[in-house]
Write a protein that binds this ligand. Structure first.
Ligand SMILES: [Zn+2]
Ligand SMILES: [Zn+2]
Length: 323
């Protein structure tokens, strides 16, 4: 399985501001003292070695993840990140109307569906979009995204074939040889996590979920769903203080809760995503430290030394993971 992040922002697309760009330029120039700026190789090395909050754009686009399993294309959510994925797909069989994409929807809040009207393969006749979700009214939901007076064309204008497949929690679904299971998360209006299993490899996508209690009786349901995942993409929109003060009941989680659940479930790699639009770039990278600190604390308490047993990554546009 190959996973690629196309959008990792929550709530609303968040482009970099001029102020942020200039702050990065200022700090980068300060750090460039002594670098031979006339040597392109030295410059490239310098750029590569900058801290990630200076040389990486975490995400301007809202949630979209590409999953490749053999020759099959799975797309998880249709946030604004799907536009760039669509452009790349148009260079393949989708450009000639012979592409097939399986699209899996966690839910239909704007940040997970707003990219659909800008997904170029949907406008090419012959392409097939198989849209999987637990929502029986998925076609109606898409129609609300594309209708006058909010969008220039309506849903019947894109000419790719849309086929809807209803998924049921608790059932095991086989799609292109991949085992697919879903589980409802605590989120306003419901969101659903996905568990994909192929050749003993497990990938879990669990965005837009709040965990209001951490007692095992409450979290067991989720721990079993995340169990032994090679990769868990997890909603860590807020830091701990935000979550317990003014963002309770907003339906999102934190890096520390992600680390704790990953630890309990034996997850190998935890990917923190759904970044808050108000989080500055440097703050986002601190999320990895927050999760790592919690894992070190856990490891020290159980006598396994100080090496975190779970690898923590920050989701950013372009991040690719192969399992
Ligand atoms: Zn969301
Ligand atoms: Zn949501």
């Amino acid at each position: 399985m190959k996973i690629r992040i196309w959008g990792a922002r929550g709530s609303i697309p968040t482009p970099m501001t001029t102020t942020e760009l200039r702050e990065r330029l200022r700090e980068t120039l300060e750090r460039s003292q002594g670098i031979n700026l006339s040597d392109p190789a030295a410059m490239n090395r310098f750029i590569e070695r900058l801290p990630p909050y200076l040389n990486t754009v975490v995400s301007g686009n809202t949630t979209c993840v590409e999953l490749r399993v053999n020759d099959s294309l799975f797309i998880l959510d249709m946030g604004s990140g799907i536009r760039l994925l669509g452009k790349e797909l148009m260079q393949t069989e989708f450009g000639s109307g012979t592409g097939i994409a399986h699209i899996f929807m966690s839910h239909t809040h704007w940040d997970h569906i707003e990219g659909f009207p800008f997904f170029a393969p949907a406008y090419t006749p012959g392409n097939v979009l198989r849209i999987h979700s637990p929502f029986p009214d998925m076609d109606w939901r898409l129609r609300q995204v594309m209708r006058h007076p909010f969008f220039p064309v309506e849903l019947d204008y894109p000419q790719a074939t849309r086929i809807y497949n209803l998924l049921t929690p608790g059932e095991i679904h086989e799609i292109e040889g991949v085992t697919v299971e879903i589980r409802e998360l605590h989120h306003p209006g419901s969101s659903f996590a996905y568990r994909f299993t192929f050749n003993d490899k497990v990938f879990v996508y669990a965005t837009d979920g709040e965990y209001q209690k951490m007692e095992h009786e409450y979290t067991a349901l989720y721990e079993s769903f995340f169990k032994d995942a090679d990769v868990l993409i997890f909603d860590a929109q807020y830091d701990f203080t935000e979550a317990i003060t003014n963002k309770a009941d907003w339906g999102h989680s934190t890096p520390k809760i992600g680390a704790e659940l990953a630890w309990r479930a034996g997850v190998k790699r935890l990917v923190l995503t759904h970044h808050d639009p108000d989080s500055p770039a440097q703050h986002l990278w601190n999320k990895v430290d927050d999760a790592d600190h919690h894992l070190q604390y856990r490891a020290s308490r159980t006598g396994n030394g100080h090496t975190p047993p779970v690898e923590v990554l920050l989701a950013y546009e372009g991040l690719t993971i192969e399992i």
